[in-house]
Ligand binder design. Structure first.
Ligand code: CP
Ligand code: NVA
Length: 308
């Protein structure tokens, strides 16, 4: 069974092959209408379940469109509308769904839910975001960086803001793709050290720098994300905003990066909070290419899982 649960638990050569295949598939359908099928139909006859226990725009639409372009069929399921949201166990849900569908993508809260789904499903399971990681996003981000600037290996990536689930998958990717990573944010919102230590053990430099201007110096890529994630308590909003305000990505901060540095944000963005509109819409920004590349990267992830 080939699940796609996290970047650190997927073979580095397989990750590289997925990025390269995503790039090739994107090229092959350039200028086609979004709804046009791919020439190759590797998912013909396959059924994919897309389960959401949290809101989504990009993940939901890009997976759905990707399945259809590859000739498969998909169903989008809200966790709340399933018995899953009313007490049926994850294990039973996994066993039942495996009798109907060929592949399961789930966006959920606890990482344990994802792992239980993978343990009891007899079909592959893809992580569409948990409180702890967001691997599909970072596959799209690697594809986006490399399309614009070539190999990401050896580059300096700087994360400014909350040490959250998207940062965690960046740390996994640093180790697997061989780029250096600097985290800048308040100590109270540091990432779990295990993500940093694991990347360091793979030979890349991962630093924590409290001064955002120093952190961004020489950056090839600057990344941020919302200050309040879907799993964070709304009651913590004001406190988090106060702590994170010095880490806003604005033009003054971007001026410390390399002149040709890229800016990324997984979206949805809260404009003029974690990043200003001037940066979001400015010359460094590739946020909409990044959003598009969810589609292409995940098509390769699905093919990897299904071995097609
Ligand atoms: N970036 C991302 O995962 O967006 P959605 O929450 O809209 O799926
Ligand atoms: N960190 C954000 C990412 C959203 C795509 C969240 O978990 O809400």
């Amino acid at each position: 069974m080939t699940h796609f649960l996290d970047i650190n638990t997927t073979d580095a050569a397989d990750l590289r092959a997925m990025i390269d295949q995503a790039h090739a598939m994107k090229q092959a359908r350039a200028d086609r209408p979004r709804g046009a099928p791919d020439d190759a139909q590797p998912l013909a006859g396959r059924m994919v379940a897309l389960i959401f226990e949290k809101p989504s725009t990009r993940t939901r639409v890009s997976f759905d469109v990707g399945v259809r372009q590859m000739g498969g069929q998909s169903m989008v399921l809200s966790g709340q509308d399933m018995q899953l949201g009313h007490g049926e166990t994850i294990a039973d849900t996994a066993r039942v769904l495996s009798r109907y569908v060929d592949l399961i993508m789930i966006r959920t809260f606890e990482e344990a839910t994802l792992h239980e789904m993978a343990e009891y499903a007899s079909v592959p399971v893809i992580n569409g975001l948990t409180n702890r990681t967001h691997p599909c996003q970072i596959m799209a981000d690697i594809l986006t960086y490399e399309e614009h600037r070539g190999p990401i290996a050896g580059r300096k990536v700087v994360w400014s803001g909350d040490g959250n689930n998207v940062f965690a998958s960046f740390a996994h990717a640093a180790g697997q793709f061989g780029f250096d990573l600097t985290f800048t944010g308040p100590a109270t919102l540091d990432p779990e050290m295990c993500f940093i230590e694991e990347a360091r053990a793979k030979g890349v430099t991962v630093e924590i720098e409290r001064d955002p201007a120093k952190a961004v110096a020489g950056a090839d890529l600057v990344v941020t994300d919302t200050w309040v994630s879907m799993h964070d308590a709304q009651s913590a909003r004001e406190r988090r905003h106060n702590q994170l305000r010095p880490y806003q990505v604005n033009e003054a901060l971007m001026a410390h990066a390399k002149p040709d540095a890229l800016f990324m944000h997984c979206l949805p963005a809260h404009r003029d909070e974690e990043a200003t509109s001037a940066v979001m819409d400015g010359p460094h920004s590739v946020v909409f290419d990044e959003a598009e590349n969810r589609l292409h990267a995940q098509k390769a992830v699905m093919r990897y899982c299904l071995g097609v």
